[in-house]
Design a protein around this ligand. Structure first.
Ligand code: AMP
Ligand code: ZN
Length: 459
């Protein structure tokens, strides 16, 4: 099967991923969802598309209010603390930054506007404790999760953000203040209160990505009711389709049960790092299984991942040590084949397990060439470049490997600039200086030559 993905705006993909509720440390089950979103993002870039990727931060809901009180912190102090931990963990797991991380509390205005529109159009109604979405009014309710709601009793409603998945209910769009909320409220045209959880994703996704966008991701637990509700809110308000492709990752399990905070069967990233596992092996375990398959977490799989990573590291070191001048054309055939097999696998609904096996097979065959001294320095450079191409998607190779590539590029730019200066082409020299600045490098011309003022390879 070939990728049949078709973007709305040529060459540009818009993605929205449901992000964390920042009330605690995220567990590695949550990070399975983040790493899956990262995989899609990286592969879209690999295919040459530009992208705008948005991931919300839920910094107001029942849980954040409840637990901020327990910790005796203001909602803001409390959620900022866990947002920071979340971003630190993303960095540790080599998850790329997305373009926009909107916080719910910064978008109350947009949410109020959306609720007002739903009221005007007759999809919402006011009750004592909240403004509710009337799911009976939206004829497509249930289309994502294939629910049949025709036989259900009307009027059942729930105010809490998360509820029992066995029941289909009207859900709260705007919750009127009650004393449990303490000082968390907004005085708005809808009344004093705070938004429901579902409305935040509709309001923020459409603000940054438009009424209809390409891809929406999240864990399978969000299909119903969260994503069903997002569709109901957005499509009722705009009259247009909301999302073209829904991609849901299956769960990370422990002993065949979903890893979750409520069951208490979870590991945070920090728990595993303390036990001595490397971030790369954790990432490897979370990325290696196809997203539509359940993944049972075990320490054996983490140990196996450590081993695979070690083999990759050794392979890269060996490739860099090759000095021979004798080219072997067979390597190029191998590279072409590996590249096209990798793309076939990823185009087939992001079949990452096959894509990884293509990389390991390439390593195995190239190792045989290395052992038999049938590979030249030039061949090895091509093999390294291919590994870096793969890794732009997997993100599991040692960082230094990539840094070296950057520094090579930088060296070339500096040389080019020196030449331009020698030829009195100051315009070009200045252009290159700006280019380097964008990469975090500032050049100082001294009488002894150029000096690098600041080198940052974080870009
Ligand atoms: P939460 O912070 O619980 O709202 O979840 C954030 C994201 O993590 C959502 O996309 C969930 O679907 C996802 N998620 C939660 N638990 C798991 C799990 N055990 N495996 C995979 N994804 C999960
Ligand atoms: Zn969401």
């Amino acid at each position: 099967m070939v990728l049949r993905f078709k973007e709305i705006k040529k060459g540009h993909v818009n993605i929205y991923s449901c992000g964390p509720t920042v009330y605690n440390f995220a567990h590695i089950g949550n990070f399975r969802a983040n790493i899956f979103a990262d995989l899609i993002r990286r592969y879209i870039k690999y295919k040459g598309y530009k992208l705008t990727h948005v991931m919300n931060i839920t910094d107001v809901d029942d849980k954040t209010i409840r637990d901020s009180k327990k910790e005796n912190l203001s909602l803001k102090e409390f959620t900022e603390k866990y947002t920071k931990y979340f971003f630190d963990d993303l960095k540790t797991l080599n998850i790329e930054k997305v373009e926009v991380y909107p916080r719910a509390t910064d978008h109350i205005k947009e949410m109020v506007k959306l609720v007002k529109k739903l009221l005007e159009k007759g999809y919402a109604y006011k009750a004592d404790d909240a403004i509710y979405y009337d799911i009976k009014k939206f004829k497509d309710y249930g289309k994502l999760s294939h629910l049949n709601i025709s036989g259900l009793k009307a009027g059942a409603r729930v105010c809490q953000d998360e509820y029992d998945k066995e029941h289909v209910n009207d859900f709260a769009l705007w919750k009127f203040w009650d004393k449990e909320d303490g000082d968390v409220f907004w005085e708005t045209e809808l009344g004093k209160g705070r938004p429901g959880w579902h409305i935040e994703c509709s309001a923020m996704s459409m603000k940054y990505l438009g009424d209809t966008f390409d891809i929406h991701t999240g864990g399978v637990d969000l299909i119903f009711p969260h994503h069903e509700n997002e569709i109901a809110q957005s499509e009722a308000s705009t009259g247009k389709p909301f999302v073209n492709y829904w991609l849901h990752n299956e769960h990370l399990l422990v002993d065949n049960k979903k890893m979750s905070k409520s069951l208490g069967n979870f590991y945070t990233l920090r728990d595993l790092l303390k036990k001595g596992y490397s971030p790369r092996s954790i990432r490897y375990v979370l990325i290696a299984t196809h997203y539509r398959q359940k993944l049972n977490f075990t320490f054996e799989s983490l140990k196996a991942a450590e081993n695979s990573i070690k083999r990759l590291d050794e392979f890269m070191v060996k490739l860099k040590d090759i000095k021979s001048e004798k080219n072997n054309k067979e390597i190029y055939v191998l590279i072409e084949k590996a590249k096209s097999d990798f793309e076939d696998a990823m185009d087939d609904d992001l079949n990452v397990s096959i894509a990884l096996s293509v990389m390991f097979d390439f390593m195995k065959k190239t190792n045989t060439f290395i052992m038999n001294e049938q590979i030249s320095k030039k061949n090895a450079e091509k093999a390294i470049a291919l590994m870096h191409d793969f890794d732009s998607v997997f993100g599991i190779l040692k960082k230094e490997e990539l840094k070296e590539e950057i520094s090579k590029e930088i060296k070339q730019l500096i040389e080019k600039r020196q030449k331009a200066r020698k030829n009195n082409n100051y315009e070009l020299a200045d252009k290159i200086r700006d280019q380097l600045k964008e990469k975090g490098i500032i050049l100082k011309d001294t009488k002894d030559g150029v000096r690098l003022e600041k080198v940052s390879t974080s870009k």
